[in-house]
Design a protein around this ligand. Structure first.
Ligand code: GDP
Ligand code: MG
Length: 454
């Protein structure tokens, strides 16, 4: 995992939130301090760190926690969302068009991993069915040309190069007729130790002659915050369309290069995570932050808000439902769960083997919510244990008593009883049904028999 240290500190911080008894300003302040410390250690620019944490604090203090999740979860979600925003929000892919060839020019100073990354990209796109060629225009160092030739050979792809020629434009022109035979042409350019006048001129000339579809800046994670200046300069020279941060595996300070380059507004497209050709990852801020926070797919986890009802209990309820063996107590619990994790179809998803069935349940049945749920709960709270366990004993006079006791109308009680009977009937149908055809048949039979709002 890249940025292990940052990841560990952030994970500790989130654990602290999870263990806390209540979310108050003190906890939020502690969280903010922890995040600041962690990000500064990862070399993120101080100003950026303070902007980010200020936003987290503002949101944590001001925003109301949405109904379906706990305050702690919401706080974690805010941290997650703000970190994602910080890193560019959406995944930003390179859109390879049908144009032949689609030209990708790689720029960056010497030693940042440009040539290696060309090999990685070539492999990445070859795997996806594109026909690739590389073009060696780093003419100042013969070894650089050898390196690209070797990488291309290893990947079995065409490499255009001309060691004797010292003018990169001439080399580009020399093979111009052949490029159209390839889907993607990846162009290596000269590096140098800094972006000096000569390099600026060379890159500008190449840029106006080649007119690349993408100009990708390659920077190494270990250069840190210098990336800000470097990215700005390269952007002024050729107009950067994307950034690749290499050597993410080799430093705990990648925060600087990850965020510094953002001044160009060009997004990070890939990260390099090792020396081998397969050590290239698409950069996806959401996935990246999830991993940093140690939550696998944090988003899905937060969405599920599992603690509303334990998975086991949901499975048990679901099974009983499918077996036609449930009473009002179960129904109550189920309605309760619906209130917390959403409609029945969500619950069905938690039940192994039942997720396919949810498509077959009538929509109205899956979406009982809001006020009606509340009223039904009051109704059930006014029932005796006997009535809950065996709703069949509820006659008209009992209905009146229950309505009075719960502050509802007899019609509410009646509707709930109807719901119960329908659900029971339905669950019997499910139990008796054998295979899809039967279910479909039964569904047809039942159609139109559900009361409104059921
Ligand atoms: P260039 O001068 O920009 O073309 O840089 P090179 O492609 O020659 O790479 C310079 C060094 O960085 C080489 O030793 C590469 O193996 C190494 N390198 C490139 N990318 C990565 C990476 O993602 N992780 C690690 N660990 N090393 C890398
Ligand atoms: Mg090189």
């Amino acid at each position: 995992m890249v940025l292990d240290k940052l990841s560990n500190s952030l994970k500790e911080t989130l654990k602290k939130i999870a263990r806390a008894v209540l979310v108050d300003e003190k906890l939020i302040d502690e969280l903010i301090r922890d995040i600041q410390r962690a990000l500064l250690q990862a070399d993120v620019n101080v100003k950026l760190v303070f902007e980010l944490t200020k936003e987290i604090k503002n949101r944590a203090l001001k925003e109301k926690t949405p109904k379906n999740i706990s305050q702690k979860e919401y706080l974690i979600r805010i941290v997650y969302e703000e970190l994602v925003k910080f890193l560019g929000e959406e995944k930003s892919e390179i859109k390879i068009t049908k144009k032949k060839p689609f030209k990708i020019m790689m720029v960056g100073t010497f030693g940042n991993g440009k040539t290696t990354t060309i090999g990685k990209l070539a492999k990445y796109y070859s795997k996806r069915g594109y026909k690739i060629a590389t073009l060696a225009l780093d003419i100042h160092r013969p070894a650089a040309i050898d390196q690209l030739e070797q990488l291309s050979k290893q990947l079995n792809i065409q490499c255009f190069s001309e060691k004797k020629e010292k003018d990169p434009i001439k080399i580009y022109k020399k093979f111009e007729k052949e490029y159209k035979n390839y889907d993607i042409l990846i162009i290596d350019t000269a590096g140098r130790h800094a972006l000096d006048k000569e390099l600026i001129k060379e890159l500008k000339d190449l840029n106006s002659k080649i007119k690349p579809d993408e100009n990708l800046l390659v920077i190494s994670a270990d250069i840190g915050q210098v990336s800000r200046d470097l990215a700005t300069k390269f952007h002024e020279t050729v107009g950067i369309t994307g950034i690749i941060v290499t050597r993410m595996d080799g430093t705990g300070k990648a925060g600087g290069s990850l965020t510094g380059a953002a001044v160009t507004k060009a997004h990070i497209k890939f990260i390099g995570t090792g020396e081998k050709l397969e050590d290239l990852e698409e950069f996806n801020p959401k996935g990246f932050v999830s991993r940093l926070l140690g939550m696998g797919d944090l988003e899905a986890l937060l969405e599920k808000t599992k603690d509303a009802i334990s998975e086991e209990r949901a499975q048990d309820l679901g099974k009983r439902f499918l077996e036609g063996e449930f009473n009002f107590l179960d129904l109550y619990e189920q309605l309760e769960a619906m209130n917390k994790i959403g409609p029945l179809d969500k619950i069905m998803e938690l039940i192994p083997g039942a997720s396919g069935m949810k498509d077959k349940l009538p929509k109205e049945m899956l979406q009982v919510q809001g006020d009606k749920l509340k009223r039904w709960k009051y109704v059930m709270q006014s029932m005796t244990k006997q009535e809950l366990e065996n709703p069949d004993v509820i006659d008209n006079s009992r209905m009146q008593r229950i309505a009075k006791g719960s502050g509802t109308n007899v019609s509410d009680v009646r509707e709930l009883l109807k719901q119960y009977k329908m659900a029971k009937k339905f669950s019997k149908v499910m139990k008796g049904a054998d295979g899809e055809q039967d279910i479909n048949k039964m569904m047809k039979k039942l159609k139109g028999k559900f009361p409104k709002g059921f």
